[in-house]
Write a protein that binds this ligand. Structure first.
Ligand code: TRP
Ligand code: ZN
Ligand code: CA
Length: 446
């Protein structure tokens, strides 16, 4: 969902896509009072917000599949194959090339589902995976409907955006993880060495909606780790390194053959400490997932905020890492906040904040300020950019005769005397009675 600010690194080659994505925003702009609007080069191919409602809809389907098949989706059971069919159907309809790989484990047929997004460099494959099987004792909604649904919805977002990344994108849903990471091991073992060496990174998502969540990032490849850490830093959500069991999920199959791995995890049977409750909230002295591997791992066993943040983090990683890897330097990092902020009618000013981290030095002389305000009479509005130290840059003054709707444009601000890092705010005040609106989005491109 869209209540948070996000940091996105965008290489130059995606600028055309970015310009398209922002076309509506830029094209409808009226010239600003004191700052010139940008002219179509907004370098922002932000990952889309992943609607958590869509992710939850997939979880509801997986729950129904379990309920209709003896209460589980385990290897060798009907609920597993039905889960494969559900995910495959969505991907086929979205234009992926899907392959079902069969294997045998414990005397039963198992299935991996591989989905390739057409295009991208076949010698640079960015891979995201999740195990789709549950244990026999329950429906496996957090473990691991959550990761399965998170990567499925990200794949569907790739299709909706018709994303054209530099890298080739591949997604995998593994069978028989619960029997000892069997399916992913089978996939890797049957992949010729030449194909293995084309995989530039494998990202694993196993349990990303734990009901008493922690925010854990796999500590393996530093570049993959950084993408996730930066994302959560932009949300002001602290992370910890995943330590509940390295080698306990499918990334181990890839890591064992020398492929770079990363991933996210919200905790399983381990107990949340008081210190972790300090940073994340929740219940101390209680497991991250009290229903881990049990019958109560149902759709009630999901923390929506954790599922939402982690799903958005998956999309961020796919967009960031998928676009990258070329020799061209990045042209701009975009930071955004898409939380809606109501603007009181003829009232006090309100703000939307974007937290910028990890930069050095000052902001650029041509800082791009994307403003998206929905309003029924924009002449009422005074709009300022506030630098982290509080310095105000007037973007737009009130103008009583301007009865047009909305302020949807990109301003260029000389912010070269401001430190780049810190909390930047968009401040909006409605100065006349009757017409109203809200801040829809605020983005900064450095
Ligand atoms: N893979 C385990 C399972 O499915 C869960 C788990 C435990 C895990 N520790 C982990 C997953 C660390 C990822 C990372 O039962
Ligand atoms: Zn699992
Ligand atoms: Ca008004």
């Amino acid at each position: 969902m869209s209540q948070t600010d996000r940091r996105i690194r965008i290489p130059r080659r995606t600028a055309a896509v970015a310009a398209l994505a922002l076309a509506g925003l830029v094209a409808t702009a009226a010239p600003a009072a004191t700052a010139a609007p940008a002219t179509g080069t907004a370098a922002s191919a932000a990952a889309p917000d992943i609607p958590v409602a869509n992710v939850k809809a997939h979880l509801n389907q997986l729950q129904s599949i379990a309920t209709a098949n003896g209460g589980n989706r385990a290897h060798g059971r009907a609920g597993y194959k039905a889960s494969i069919d559900y995910v495959k159907g969505k991907l086929d309809a979205a234009g992926f090339t899907t392959t079902v790989q069969q294997f045998t484990s414990s005397g039963a047929t198992g299935y991996n589902l591989i989905a390739d997004w057409p295009g991208g460099d076949p010698n640079q494959v960015l891979f995201a995976g999740a195990h789709l099987d549950s244990v026999t004792s329950g429906p496996g909604i957090n473990d691991n409907g959550s990761g399965s649904a998170g990567i499925l919805e990200t794949a569907l977002a790739v299709s909706r955006a018709q994303f054209k990344p530099t890298k080739h994108l591949r997604f995998g849903w593994w069978g028989a993880e619960e029997l000892g990471i069997v399916g992913s091991k089978y996939y890797v073992n049957n992949l010729p060495a030449a194909e293995r060496s084309k995989i530039s990174g494998y990202l694993n998502f196993d349990m990303i909606g734990s009901p008493n969540p922690g925010y854990f990032v796999y500590d393996d490849d530093p570049a993959l780790e950084k993408v996730f850490k930066d994302y959560f830093a932009g949300l002001n959500v602290p992370t910890e390194i995943e330590t509940e069991g390295d080698g306990r999920s499918d990334h181990a199959s890839f890591k064992n053959v020398g492929i770079k791995v990363g991933g996210l995890f919200t905790g399983a049977g381990r107990t949340k400490t008081a210190a972790q409750v300090q940073k994340w909230g929740g219940t101390s002295g209680q497991a991250f997932d009290r229903c881990y591997h049990s019958s109560c791992d149902t759709t009630a066993n999901i923390n929506d905020t954790a599922l939402d943040r982690n799903s958005d983090a998956i999309a961020h990683a796919i967009w960031t890492l998928g676009a990258g890897g070329s020799t061209e330097p990045p042209s701009g990092d975009t930071y955004e906040n898409t939380a809606d902020v109501t603007i009181p009618d003829n009232g006090t000013a309100v703000t939307s904040t974007v937290n910028v981290t990890g930069r050095t030095g000052n902001a650029p002389a041509a800082l791009k300020v994307g403003v998206d305000i929905v309003h029924t009479y924009r002449g009422d509005l005074v709009v300022d950019l506030l630098a982290p130290d509080g310095t105000a840059y007037r973007l737009k003054s009130a103008s009583s005769g301007d009865s047009a709707d909305n302020v949807q444009t990109t301003y260029t601000v000389d912010a070269s005397s401001e430190a780049a890092n810190g909390a930047w705010k968009l401040r909006v005040q409605d100065t006349a009675a009757q017409d109203t609106g809200y801040i829809n989005a605020f983005r900064l491109t450095f």
